[in-house]
Write a protein that binds this ligand. Structure first.
Ligand code: 13P
Ligand code: SF4
Length: 384
């Protein structure tokens, strides 16, 4: 059976399935009932008892029931920086997904403990690039005689061992907030980039922000010999894009952009760069989750926005900006099922366990992987 970086079978990660039906299958302890009316009070009490020993990070795609307890909310870039900036917190509870908690563990001190309230909160995109596959790809680049010209850049949405691979091979991490800067950095050091694991972020950044052409990009398919590419194709390419994508953002279609423009005259279409190139080219604005929030903050009252990103965030934007008309770009797209794994029962269980002196669901990265992944993360954090 195929397993993921959390070691759980893919079906447990709930890819494209209802997360509620699987709730609790992985929890090693006794979860409080979701119907317990005291859950909010219990979370508040546990948080108060832990005081400054605890810091809770919340990604923008988290449920409202969880985000209300976050000490800071942000996109993956902001949360990585926030984790690194809290050396006084003994416990970092990460309300997000597994790769984010791994990065927090790497960027925090040895005595600090990072907790992911539900270990099944993985990311299907991160699971699309395994270490063995990436090593095999690098061998193909060596065989084609180009490995020395290639700088590997991995999106934050990747496992720690992929980040470490990039660190060892002179590369860096990027997020959707700084992909352009990371690519500029890479092209100052090499002639080509291997971009992992999100082909869409890589293509959108290279073509729409840096002026490369679609012909400069090839897609390496890890399930085909030599990635499904000839040596000549690899040698001619500037961007070698890994064949990975987000199962949420990948569902927005160009038709949904046309449709919303028909339904809402004058609407501004704002999408995340994990959306497909055909969608991003039809949109008015593209940017990370922090960028999307900033656009809404600065938008004039009465303006209309169709947003192509995760539904928890879009709903929250609608609540936070009642003077603006906020619509979800495509009604057929749903929540990120793995982000949604972190719910109030899991948060309460994790916090109350900490109060009892028991660290549950701790995320740790082995020292060698952490060393090289940190090198790649620090190259990102040092970008201008
Ligand atoms: P951000 O980099 O915008 O936080 O996005 C993370 C993510 O998981 C998007 O799907
Ligand atoms: Fe992964 Fe997509 Fe979910 Fe982000 S929204 S965590 S990329 S599956």
């Amino acid at each position: 059976m195929t397993t993921t970086q959390t070691g759980l079978p893919l079906f447990v990660l709930g890819r494209d399935t209802d997360p509620h039906s699987e709730r609790g299958v992985d929890c090693p302890g006794e979860l409080p009932a979701a119907s317990d009316p005291a859950l909010v009070a219990r979370a508040r009490a546990a948080k108060a008892a832990l005081g400054s020993r605890l810091f809770i990070l919340g990604h923008h795609y988290q449920r409202d029931e969880v985000i209300q307890f976050a000490d800071v909310t942000g996109d993956s870039f902001k949360l990585a920086r926030e984790a690194a900036a809290r050396p006084e917190a003994e416990y970092i509870v990460f309300c997000g997904v597994h790769f984010m908690a791994e990065s927090a563990d790497i960027l925090t001190g040895d005595a600090q403990k990072v907790v992911l309230p539900d270990l099944a909160a993985g990311c299907s995109m991160a699971d699309m690039a395994t270490f063995d596959q990436v090593e095999e790809c690098w061998e193909s680049l060596e065989d084609a005689g180009i490995a020395e010209q290639v700088v590997p850049i991995t999106y934050m949405n990747s496992s720690a061992d992929i980040k470490a691979f990039c660190g060892r091979n002179g590369g860096a991490v990027c997020t959707s907030s700084n992909a352009r800067r990371a690519l500029d950095w890479a092209f100052e050091r090499g002639e080509k980039v291997l971009f992992l694991p999100d082909q869409h972020l890589g293509r959108n950044t290279a073509v729409l922000e840096m002026g490369l052409s679609l012909e400069d990009c090839v897609v390496y398919n890890p399930h085909r010999p030599n990635g499904g590419l000839t040596d000549a194709q690899l040698r001619d390419a500037k961007m070698i894009l890994w064949r990975g994508h987000c199962s949420v953002h990948g569902r927005f279609t160009p038709e949904s952009v046309d449709d919303v423009r028909q339904r809402i005259p004058g609407v501004n279409v704002l999408v995340h760069p994990e959306c497909r190139h055909e969608v991003v080219t039809k949109a008015d604005h593209v940017g990370s989750t922090e960028y999307i929030i900033k656009m809404l903050q600065e938008a004039p009252a009465g303006s209309s926005w169709a947003i192509g990103t995760e539904l928890n965030l879009v709903k929250r934007l609608g609540q936070d900006f009642p003077d603006k008309n906020v619509t979800f770009l495509d009604r057929a797209v749903c929540y990120c099922s793995t982000m949604n794994r972190i719910d109030l029962p899991h948060l309460v269980w994790a916090l109350e366990s900490l109060v009892d002196g028991q660290v549950v669901n701790q995320i740790t990265v082995d020292p060698d992987t952490a060393h090289w992944a940190e090198a790649a993360l620090n190259r990102m954090l040092a970008l201008p």
